[in-house]
Ligand binder design. Structure first.
Ligand code: FE2
Length: 275
């Protein structure tokens, strides 16, 4: 597992050191689940995630190295199963991880259905019970930094999340946001489009989605609250950085001058020194 180190300067009296993980995609399933889930586990493990158990082991080891905070931006599990949720509980308990949900946290079977609020509701309570913080919106102040986790993993922010973020800003601490899905910015968009049929980013301008397959355009189109939230994130001076995952590779960008958006890949850990 690769480890990089990044520094963010926001004017803390005493620096803190945190570690950021994302997209572990655990693929455990056993006899407590049905045969379809066990088949899915085999397929996903022999397909896109052959080394996720090794990465999870290294993640637990790295998380134990005395960081001020352990942060994870979602897709810890690839799909809902008894064994995956047990692993999530173990991870949350042993690392005291502060967590933002990814889209896969609520996948009953991968890619089986349109993923929306109704789909998420089928597993939300069961998934939430495995984690130590509210995985759809929560905050935790550590060393003078207010870490705010927001689930935007269906490419949307919601009204309660924008209102919550505004309340967090009013607390007067510098904010670092954790989201699963990165927010659109030009350089990242160009990078993504050089690699595939769409960018998998939040709030991509409509004209920049013209070449997307129609179902991807529908999946990734922002609504009014999402656009309002993105604008708020870009302009609220208390917001100092965004940490994200979802695209499975490292990327260092900026939503605007001086507002870094740091993405960590599925085989990476990013140590962040905040000072
Ligand atoms: Fe992922």
């Amino acid at each position: 597992m690769k480890k990089t180190t990044t520094k963010i300067v926001i004017g803390l009296e005493k620096p803190i050191k945190v570690i950021h993980f994302s997209d572990t995609h655990l693929t455990r399933a056993d006899g407590r689940d049905d045969d379809r889930k066990i088949e899915l586990a085999k397929k996903r493990r022999s397909g896109p995630f052959p080394d996720n158990e090794l990465i999870f082991k290294e993640t637990l080891e790295m998380a134990a190295q005395g960081y001020d905070a352990v942060l994870h931006t979602g897709d810890l599990i690839d799909f809902v199963s008894y064994a995956n949720l047990e692993a999530a509980r173990e991870f949350a308990e042993t690392t005291d991880c502060f967590f933002a949900a990814g889209n896969h946290e609520f996948s009953l079977y991968v890619g089986e259905a349109k993923e929306d609020a109704a789909y998420r509701a089928q597993s939300l309570d069961r998934v939430q019970a495995a984690f130590g913080n509210d995985i759809r919106f929560d905050s935790r102040i550590i060393g003078g930094v207010n870490f705010v986790a927001i689930d935007n993993s269906y490419y949307l922010f919601e009204e309660f999340q924008l209102e919550g973020l505004e309340r967090e800003a009013a607390k007067g601490f510098p904010i670092v946001i954790l989201v699963h899905n990165p927010i659109y910015e030009e350089t990242l968009y160009e990078h993504r489009m050089s690699q595939g049929e769409c960018a998998y980013l939040v709030a991509v301008p409509e004209e920049k989605m013209q070449s997307y397959p129609a179902y991807r355009r529908d999946q990734q189109r922002a609504d009014a609250i999402t656009l309002e939230t993105v604008e708020y994130i870009k302009t609220e001076p208390m917001i100092k950085a965004i940490l994200a995952g979802h695209i499975h590779c490292d990327f260092d960008g900026e939503l605007r001058d001086g507002l870094p958006q740091l993405i960590v890949g599925k085989k990476s850990a990013r140590e962040i020194i905040i000072e």
